[in-house]
Design a protein around this ligand. Structure first.
Ligand code: FAD
Ligand code: SF4
Length: 467
């Protein structure tokens, strides 16, 4: 049979339809799509795709099971190494990981590994019964935060019989999976299901608990917790430090997305205020910027422009997200950098309610110089190239860092100069019994790397408590 050169397309909601709702954009493979895509896999002996996966999922192994029609078996193969496959199948940057290494990609399009992973996970979630609780070993472990690093760490320890309690500052568990990534990319019912599965394993989830304020790590130890995992993420937004960032209508992407996702500001019946409509500029080029831009469209913006200081080739967002944004009508202004956010000022009437509202952004054109230490070409401003973009709302999505409040959570851990918690390869901090992982250690990264860190730390905590 001739080899299919292209990936089996993912069915999606029509772009004109989807910008009017928050439902999931990618609809998932049908059984025929999945079988067809699975048949493209060459079942390579040296398995380069597995090397490209940060948690080394046995990719040819699970694809083989799909070919055999054994979806439960396929799930078991994935679940042996990945604890959130329905999430990873949707949001992992596969084009830079497993699919970048896929042998099919040398001549043709790589196998749609992420799409197949999602297919298997969705089949499992639709059909399965919750996991069974392991018998308790009576040893208590506290997990701080409930993002993918914490969920993975908690799940692995619960399966080993530990009595795990997850403490989450917000009112819902899931970390960025619930407050950051929008419903149209990752339905919250999927995250809720993962949390329910953890509870079925015996994990206690306590929301609205800010560790460091409601309870300190020292108090957790006094209460009998024998180890603590810190998966507190990187929720502190960065700003550009340019004039006008305090004007009315300027948001950090974190605030904007939290208002929409967690506080449901997009719903008619929500009390959470958010600016809807008008012209919106989103500054940045990563997944967060794409999510904010696409959220703005769905909130009724007339025009949404992404302002990015490098060129299209350097966009850090997942390719699929940038494509979906383009299809939906988001405009991209490349090689441009804001230097000032402009606001309305009525000098004759200081009580004019429009005073202080955003009216535009002044930007400068950029050119790309030599690559930096990470291999990305450094943008440089072009003298005398300033121009003005009229907008009503600005969302800043240029990155986040670990919250320095971590110092108030726990004494005895060390932070690096970017605010990340310093850990060993096993995830151990400088304080005995305290482990950390995910964005709190690396700075803003990916779901799969956070999961990998949670897994490593769980194994290390088990060794520490078994000594
Ligand atoms: P987080 O998910 O950040 O969770 C940390 C949790 O800890 C939060 O719930 C926080 O409330 C809680 N917490 C913090 N301090 C305390 C405290 N003192 N007490 C109790 N709880 C506390 N990655 C991808 O791979 N693909 C994508 O497509 C993608 N898109 C993204 C889109 C957006 C909008 C954002 C913001 C990120 C995206 N990422 C994506 C990155 C990814 O979501 C993160 O790397 C990942 O969630 C990090 O997981 P984590 O467990 O370290 O922390
Ligand atoms: Fe299949 Fe690609 Fe992995 Fe080879 S590299 S086993 S073709 S998914």
């Amino acid at each position: 049979m001739a080899m299919e050169p292209k990936k089996t397309p993912m069915p999606t909601q029509d772009p004109r339809e989807r910008i009017t709702n928050f439902r999931e954009v990618a609809l998932g493979y049908t059984p025929e799509d999945a079988r067809r895509e699975a048949l493209r896999c060459l079942n390579c002996k040296n398995r380069p795709c597995v090397e490209g996966c940060p948690v080394n999922v046995n990719i040819p192994g699970f694809i083989q099971k799909i070919r055999e029609g054994d979806l439960d078996g396929a799930y078991e193969v994935i679940a042996a190494t990945s604890s959130l496959p329905a999430v990873c199948g949707r949001v992992c940057p596969q084009e830079n990981q497993c699919e970048a290494k896929c042998a099919m990609g040398i001549k043709f399009e790589p196998v749609g590994i992420g799409r197949l992973e999602r297919y298997v996970a969705d089949h499992h979630n639709a059909a399965s019964v919750p996991p069974r609780k392991a018998s308790s070993n009576g040893c208590k472990v506290a997990v701080v935060g409930s993002g993918p690093s914490s969920l993975t760490c908690a799940g692995d320890l619960a399966k080993l019989g530990y009595d795990v309690t997850v403490f989450e500052a917000l009112h819902a568990a899931g970390g960025v999976l619930v407050y950051g990534i929008p419903e149209f990319r990752l339905p919250k019912s999927i995250v809720a299901r993962e949390v329910e599965n953890l509870k079925a394993l015996g994990v206690t989830v306590e929301t609205n608990v800010v560790v460091g304020k409601t309870v300190t790590v020292d108090e957790l130890f006094e209460e009998g917790f024998r180890a603590v995992f810190l998966g507190t993420g990187a929720g502190l937004p960065m700003f550009m430090n340019i004039p006008g960032e305090n004007l009315v209508g300027v948001y950090s992407a974190n605030e904007y997305l939290t208002r929409s996702n967690l506080m449901k500001a997009y719903r008619e019946d929500s009390d959470t205020p958010i600016r809807k409509g008008g012209r919106v500029a989103v500054v940045g080029g990563g997944n967060v910027a794409m999510d904010a831009a696409r959220t703005a469209l769905r909130l009724g913006a007339e025009k949404v422009t992404i302002i990015y200081r490098r060129s299209e080739a350097e966009l850090p967002a997942r390719r699929e997200e940038a494509e979906h944004a383009r299809e939906e009508g988001v405009e991209f202004l490349y090689l441009a950098n804001p230097v000032e956010i402009l606001g309305y000022r009525n000098f004759e009437d200081p009580r004019d309610p429009k005073n202080g509202a955003v009216t535009g952004i002044r930007c400068t054109r950029m050119e790309l110089g030599e690559p930096d230490e990470r291999g990305r070409r450094v943008p440089r401003p072009i003298a005398g190239s300033e121009f003005h973009v009229p907008v009503d709302t600005v969302v800043i999505a240029i990155g986040t860092s670990p919250n320095p409040l971590i110092r108030s959570i726990v004494g005895g851990v060390q932070l690096n100069r970017r605010g990340g918690i310093v850990v060993t390869e096993e995830g151990a901090t400088h304080r005995a019994g305290v482990y950390a992982g995910g964005d709190a250690v690396t700075g803003a990264a990916t779901v799969i790397s956070a999961m990998g860190a949670g897994k490593t730390a769980a194994a290390a905590i088990h060794r520490y408590l078994s000594e």
